[in-house]
Design a protein around this ligand. Structure first.
Ligand code: ADP
Ligand code: MG
Length: 625
């Protein structure tokens, strides 16, 4: 192996930016790291180069550990996005610079420099200055300079990010052919999926400092294992369908699959992916020749150069829950993205409002089990109930479960955790146990930085509920379920929302969980009074849309408006209708998820002692753009 990264860790202000990353890159391999901006790509590359200290883990280059060596001792060539040439030096001097500091004799330097100018296609331009070159030419110089001292490893950080499309394509070809010629081990960082596909022998997809999946481009595109990779690598139609004996079912269609999706315990649900180019669109059902999803209406059509983009609206499919394109808030239909060649588009023109028959040529079932829960165990009665309810929800939703035993007081030895594991484990897909000496919030933070959790399940403490909840919510990007000391699994849930866009995420996550519980839901908003007719109508529309969305998720839902003081009305509704679960949306302050629960939510937390409370947080999609 040429590059071995072992459990690399980097934190800024306590937040892991590169999170236990391990990766091996083979000799002469062209490896592309792809991820949204802010996912930690540059930080990782700079760690390999020695420009950023590591907080943990090891870097081994060609069998030599370099984790704590200075940059110039690592045998690395580096190219950044911004040209970073020395302005006061000519092209020739720039390229010779790494040789000069390594005291290579002048004649040898000149020979090497001319060779490199030739290699990057700039022969004869050695006496120019950077300002006399185009952006593309400057990056060619940067590449030549990075290669001058014959490094064993070449690292490029979005090197063509600032260039226009045509020049980018040209430079990609150049880099590709030079890499082939020199067989130099390369890591190339980009946020551009096309660039990754074009260049990579193998690629890895990063998100939130984690390396999610690694593989050849076509493998990751056609057979991703995670929802993020499926949707990040191009347009995806991703839906939850059902596992069958020999394949998967998506509404009316059954697809036999040779690789049977991992049926998790009694799991019947599976995420099914099909790409827009695998959607067949025809005038009649008979003409289709592929498994038929149904008759759709064209919602949008667009020209996209070599192909046509269609967004199709299908009636709700039995047993199918859409993930991407997301379920339209308030709609009870399924959206499908389809691409057609221009040839097909001419033969059978379609405009918004037209009807068409839709089939699917092939599907892929994701093996990732979906939700993951972190259940906090500290030996208290509340914790035991939390474990029981958490396990029940996890069974129903086929979630992965980690049991976190924390604190010395609980005496959570490995042996005890093992017993907990056996006790709750039956019917669960996967149970991991982790023991930590830290207090709960700290222990959760460490664990949440190791892997993502959708939900933390915590026993309801007698005191300090608000503070504990805030700390637990701040410890990661999960939602929180507080469970009282005893009680049945809820059959009725009260979902409290404030009217407006941001609330829809609350409804979606809560809906997912409530559906797994098999509970009914009431979606409630409280207005000060009936005086403002406009506000009342707006609330009615919003709640009706929320209820439709819930029913699309498979939840029987009703809506309710109450008038008066928020806290008082929510408590009355809980009591009057005997709701077994209270769902509240956490307000998010700031981009780092700094949650503060003062105000109504905090006071409700102190008032509700005997029912579980789910606190869901809205997700900022733009966080990773
Ligand atoms: P990418 O290259 O994938 O866009 P980066 O590695 O540049 O991502 O950054 C990842 C995260 O680390 C970002 O959230 C960024 O704000 C943070 N970060 C990077 N460098 C620093 C730094 N020197 N100080 C504090 N935070 C940083
Ligand atoms: Mg970057």
């Amino acid at each position: 192996m040429s590059i071995v990264l072992d459990q690399l860790l980097k934190r800024y202000e306590g937040h892991p930016v590169v999170n236990n990353m391990s990766l091996e890159v083979a000799d002469g391999e062209f490896f592309v790291l792809l991820g949204p901006s802010g996912s930690g790509k540059s930080t990782l590359l700079r760690m390999i180069a020695g420009l950023v200290d590591t907080d943990g883990g090891r870097i081994v280059l060609h069998g030599r550990e370099v984790t704590h060596l200075p940059p110039q001792a690592r045998g690395i060539g580096l190219v950044f996005q911004n040209y970073a040439l020395f302005r006061h030096m000519s092209v020739a001097e720039n390229i010779e610079f790494p040789l000069r500091i390594r005291t290579v004799p002048a004649a040898e330097r000149r020979r090497r420099r001319d060779e490199l100018l030739e290699l990057v296609g700039l022969a004869g331009l050695g006496s120019r200055f950077p300002t006399q070159l185009s952006g593309g030419q400057q990056q060619r110089v940067a590449l030549a300079r990075a290669l001058a001292h014959r490094p064993e490893v070449l690292l490029l950080d979005e090197p063509f990010g600032a260039l226009d499309a045509r020049i980018r394509t040209e430079l990609r070809r150049t880099v590709h052919s030079i890499q082939r010629e020199l067989r130099i081990t390369t890591i190339f960082v980009t946020h551009d999926q096309e660039e990754a596909f074009e260049l990579a022998d193998r690629m890895g997809v990063m998100n939130f400092g984690r390396l999610l999946e690694v593989g050849p481009p076509n493998e990751l595109y056609l057979r991703p294992q995670t929802e993020f990779v499926a949707t990040f690598l191009g347009t995806a139609n991703l839906m939850v369908g059902e596992v069958t004996r020999d394949g998967v079912r998506l509404g009316p269609v059954h697809f036999p699959l040779s690789t049977r999706p991992a049926a998790v315990g009694e799991a019947r649900r599976v995420q099914v992916l099909f790409r827009p180019e695998d959607v067949a669109v025809k005038t009649s059902a008979e003409a289709l020749g592929w498994p038929l999803l149904g008759q759709a209406l064209v919602e949008e059509s667009g020209f996209n150069g070599s192909f046509e983009r269609l967004r199709l609206r299908l009636p709700k499919l039995q047993g199918v829950r859409p993930i991407s394109p997301p379920a339209p808030f308030g709609g009870d239909f399924v959206l499908v993205e389809a691409w057609r060649s221009q040839h097909q588009a001419r033969r059978f023109p379609l405009r918004p409002g037209d009807a068409a028959w839709v089939g699917v040529r092939r599907v892929h079932a994701l093996t990732h089990p979906g939700l993951s829960f972190l259940m906090v165990a500290d030996g208290s009665p509340g914790a035991r109930a939390a474990l029981e309810m958490g396990a029940q929800v996890a069974r129903l939703s086929h979630a992965r479960v980690t049991v976190l035993g924390h604190g010395a007081a609980g005496g959570q030895t490995e042996g005890e955790l093992q017993r907990v594991r056996e006790w709750i484990g039956s019917g669960l897909a996967a149970v991991e146990t982790v023991a930590s000496p830290d207090p709960p919030a700290e222990a959760v933070a460490v664990e949440a930085s190791r892997q993502h959790y959708d939900l933390v399940v915590q026993g309801m403490p007698a005191r300090g509920r608000v503070e504990l909840s805030e700390r637990l919510l701040r410890a990661g990007d999960h939602n929180l379920l507080l469970v009282p000391g005893s009680g049945p699994v809820p059959t009725r849930a009260l979902i409290c929302v404030t009217v407006g866009e941001p609330a829809k995420e609350d409804v979606l996550f809560a809906g997912r969980l409530v559906r797994h519980l098999g509970a009914e839901a009431t979606i409630l908003t409280v207005l000060p009074d009936k005086g403002d007719a406009h506000a009342v109508r707006q609330a009615e529309r919003f709640l009706a849309a929320g209820a439709r969305t819930l029913s699309l998720l498979g939840v029987v839902a009703t809506s309710s408006i109450r008038y008066g003081m928020v806290r008082h009305e929510i408590l009355s509704e809980m009591r009057d209708k005997e709701h077994g679960l209270l769902v509240l949306g956490a307000p998010l302050l700031g981009r780092r998820g700094r949650v503060s629960l003062n105000g109504v939510i905090g006071s409700l937390l102190d008032d509700v002692n005997d029912r579980p409370v789910l606190i869901v947080r809205p997700h900022y999609e733009e966080w990773w753009h």
